[in-house]
Design a protein around this ligand. Structure first.
Ligand code: SER
Length: 598
């Protein structure tokens, strides 16, 4: 059964069972305490806490997810960074019995017709004050007739989920495993779902949200119980298509074939490298489609890390320059019908990839040579088996090696990297750059700022920054995200994500648009509202920042809307005339504009 059909069968099944089908949310979550959307339940988090769901109490989705925690695992048969997660959810609707019965019906009933004998179940055995999940045990055993030899109990680490982020709903889980081989390994009776022999694959996770965990990690019972289930589409397709790994399913084959075509090597002889490249390129396409550009910060760093890792594994296979482009095009062709946004963003994605590849190409060979030198000197002098923090930092700073790449190279040679030492060097470097920047832009000006005149100038530039942000989005596209902002009484400086240089024509358009909005003398309005509501209403937020629960939102005539602490002028007419004085790069994928008001 093709993946396309599995996706459809899942959503159709749950729709028939009274669920509202909700589209996937973005990979960039609204919860600022997590980098990416890692699970289907994230977009519904507040409905578990009693907020009324606009979709009703039972929903289902196929959600785009990205999991950085699994980057190192990619290469085996089942782990992926990007994945599609099929899930059904209930907020105060049904609970354990219905969830388990629905899952079972979908798997072994007319939809998929999988063999019931192949399934094994794990449940939560209880830990500390949290009791064992007796109810689920009984349902599996008594209602569905699962042999008790196939039901195992595990502790909190394995059978308890959440919360995502710093706080939220969480609870015990039932995990449904599929027996791929039907035969125990040499461990005999001890070959059970936790065995790492490859016999079992975790297919579906049923989470019963009964608790709320706060920031101090304290649990309290949730007033309204909820259900959150998640099943990786790729793993299910692997089972349905009878394949040995997720990389052999229909969604990956065109990518694997393209790597074979370009490298003239076979997948069977080079599985790990093929899998890493295929996974990372797919993940990178989806990240870049969200407007993320490679950088040394947060989401941008993750994108850089997977692209550079793919390039390095590409080198091992002898892939030549710009090999990322045709692979990215394959990914886009596979997914464009389901996720049209990746087709719309095709050009942007390809430019981002090409630039990053060119950038890394320039230093990769030199960096690898440097690494070899380092290695040789350590072996020759029989020095310690540690790559010092300073050495790893030099590779990062001079050759663009993400720390994890150095770690991986080191591991291959039996060495370790002093990560803390690396972090110390990085911090020292950042402090030096910051001190430099302050000196340059008038850190001495504190006293002056206190004069009314200067304060007013800063307030005006603040409002101008909002106009600029929105104008950039209109002229260049919605992928523009604020990456930084700095205002002195003389000028504003605005950093934003964009893969290429902004052309003089585009800059002129942006400048004209801001001046037009100034001329229209629009009213600037401030409103207070909960953070979630602000985001839902379309207010822009600086994604690196953590916001309080209630935020103030500044709107300029419904044209620009941003979460911001202010202050701002009352009307745009007060700003005078806006002029862009410089546009330049501020790191990979980040552009910087300086502008003044006259
Ligand atoms: N949140 C759970 C998971 O991601 C079930 O959806 O595994």
């Amino acid at each position: 059964m093709e993946s396309k059909e599995i996706r459809k069968k899942f959503l159709d099944f749950f729709e028939k069972k009274g669920h509202k089908i909700v589209p996937s949310s973005s990979l960039l979550p609204t919860d600022p305490s997590v980098l990416f959307t890692t699970a289907g339940m994230q977009q519904f988090k507040e409905y578990y806490l009693g907020k009324e769901s606009p979709y009703g109490s039972n929903v289902a989705s196929c959600q785009k997810c990205f999991r950085t925690s699994d980057i190192e695992e990619v290469g085996d048969i089942e782990h992926l960074t990007f994945l599609e997660m099929l899930g059904n959810f209930s907020f105060g609707g049904y609970f354990k019995k219905e969830t388990i019965e629905l899952a079972w019906e979908f798997l072994v009933g007319p939809s998929l017709k999988l063999d019931p004998e192949r399934f094994w179940i794990t449940i939560f055995k209880g830990e500390g004050d949290i009791p064992k999940d007796e109810e689920s045990y009984r349902i599996w055993k008594e209602c569905l007739g699962i042999d008790q030899e196939k039901i195992y109990e595990f502790d909190r680490e394995d059978n308890f989920w959440g919360p995502t982020g710093k706080e939220g709903p969480c609870g015990p889980t039932c995990e449904i495993y599929y027996d791929l081989t039907g035969k125990p390994c040499s461990k005999g009776k001890n070959c059970i779902p936790s065995c790492d022999c490859g016999r079992f694959i975790e297919l579906w996770n049923l989470v019963f949200n009964e608790y709320y965990q706060n920031r101090e990690k304290k649990l309290s019972p949730l007033k309204q119980k909820g259900v959150d289930t998640g099943m990786g589409l790729e793993r299910l397709a692997m089972v349905m298509q009878n394949k040995d790994s997720v990389f052999e399913i229909d969604l990956f084959q065109p990518i694997i074939k393209e790597i074979e075509k370009q490298s003239l090597k076979s997948y069977c002889d080079n599985r790990r490298a093929f899998r890493i490249i295929a996974d990372h390129i797919r993940g990178a396409v989806f990240l870049a489609s969200e407007g993320i550009a490679p950088s040394n910060l947060e989401q941008g760093y993750v994108l850089r890390r997977i692209l550079r890792r793919a390039i390095r594994f590409g080198k091992l296979l002898g892939l030549t320059n710009n090999f990322l482009i045709p692979l990215a095009q394959k990914v886009i062709a596979i997914y464009q019908d389901v996720y049209p946004e990746i087709k719309t963003k095709e050009t942007d994605i390809l430019i981002v990839f090409q630039k990053e590849e060119e950038k890394f190409e320039k230093t990769l060979e030199k960096g690898l040579k440097e690494f070899d030198k380092l290695l040789k000197s350590k072996i020759k002098n029989q020095k310690s088996k540690i790559i010092e923090g300073k050495e790893a930092f030099d590779l990062y700073q001079n050759y663009g090696f993400p720390l994890e790449l150095t770690e991986e190279l080191a591991k291959e040679k039996g060495l370790e990297v002093d990560k803390q030492g690396f972090a110390k060097n990085l911090k020292k470097h950042q402090e030096i750059s910051r001190a430099g920047a302050e000196k340059k832009f008038g850190g001495h000006g504190i006293k002056k700022l206190q004069t009314t005149n200067y304060k007013l100038q800063i307030t005006k530039l603040h409002t101008a920054t909002h106009l600029l942000h929105q104008a950039l989005r209109e002229v260049l596209g919605e992928h523009i995200k604020q990456m930084g902002s700095d205002i002195t009484p003389q000028r504003l400086r605005f950093d934003f994500s964009h893969p290429t240089k902004v052309t003089p024509e585009e800059l002129k358009k942006v400048e004209d648009l801001v001046n037009q909005k100034i001329k229209e003398d629009l009213k600037v309005q401030r409103e207070e509202m909960p953070y979630e509501k602000a985001i839902k209403s379309g207010a822009l937020a600086f994604f690196k920042q953590k916001y309080p629960k209630i935020v103030s939102v500044y709107s300029i005539n419904n044209w620009s809307k941003e979460i911001c602490a202010g202050p701002h002028v009352q009307r745009t007419g007060e700003l005078g005339s806006f002029k862009i004085i410089k546009e330049e790069s501020s790191g990979a994928g980040v552009r910087r504009i300086r502008a003044v008001l006259k």
